[in-house]
Design a protein around this ligand. Structure first.
Ligand code: GRF
Length: 215
């Protein structure tokens, strides 16, 4: 069975979704970049070893990433899962885990990389928004895509209502992505593209927003 380590910085609801799922892997540890991350208590309650590598204890990104890498590698992970991990990682760190470092982002990448994704989607008036699980590459929020979920944007949406609709989907697609990775069904190919044995059912799977009127 594959080993995974989950990295968090705060609330940790995606980590909770992973811990509550029937994953086909060993969750070796949850590591936080903040001592006060709420998600740490949940992980402890599930009997998962937790650790903190606090970015504020290190003078710069290079030192922080080196300390984080040392802590992660104590658990010998096959995959490192970023679940609301709010630090930008150095290229050296990312390349150390090439093909093994996974992130979830609250937009339909490549739209809206970076922060404030829901507010930006609302400001642009897009009718469909969503979330993406992808391999991490040095180019922030641009790595090869494993799975995405789309949601409609409603006329009366606020940042809060839209983010909670997206988050609901995050909690569905992240466990699926991790299951695919741990079974070997999905992996990163030598050419930097995702190799996937997962299938899509094109029948009735479109999302039209706003909905078509029934005539
Ligand atoms: C999620 O929206 C995730 O996509 C983004 O940060 C948020 C973290 O939420 N990277 P949580 O800590 O998993 O609840």
């Amino acid at each position: 069975m594959k080993n995974i380590v989950i990295l968090i910085s705060g609330r940790g609801s995606n980590m909770q979704a992973l811990l509550n799922d029937q994953l086909n892997c060993n969750i070796k540890a949850v590591i936080s970049s903040r001592t006060d991350a709420a998600g740490l208590d949940f992980a402890k309650g599930k009997g998962i070893p937790v650790a903190v590598v606090a970015n504020r204890d290190h003078p710069d990104r290079e030192h922080f990433d080196a300390a984080l890498l040392r802590e992660i590698d104590r658990f010998d992970p096959d995959f490192v899962i970023l679940a609301g991990f709010m630090r930008i990682l150095t290229e050296k760190f990312v390349m150390h885990y090439k093909g093994r470092l996974i992130n979830i982002h609250p937009s339909l990448l490549p739209a809206y990389p970076g922060i404030h994704t829901h507010a930006r989607a609302l400001a642009d008036g897009v009718k469909i928004h969503g979330c993406t699980v992808h391999f991490v590459t040095p180019n922030l929020d641009h790595g090869p895509i494993i799975i995405q979920a789309a949601v409609p944007v409603l006329d009366n949406d606020t940042e809060q209502s839209l983010s909670s609709r997206v988050l609901h989907e995050e909690h569905r697609i992240y466990p699926q992505a991790v299951r695919w990775l741990c079974s070997g069904k999905v992996r990163l190919g030598m050419d930097g593209k995702v190799i996937s044995g997962s299938s899509s059912n094109p029948q009735g799977s479109s999302l039209i927003s706003p909905s078509l009127e029934v005539t």
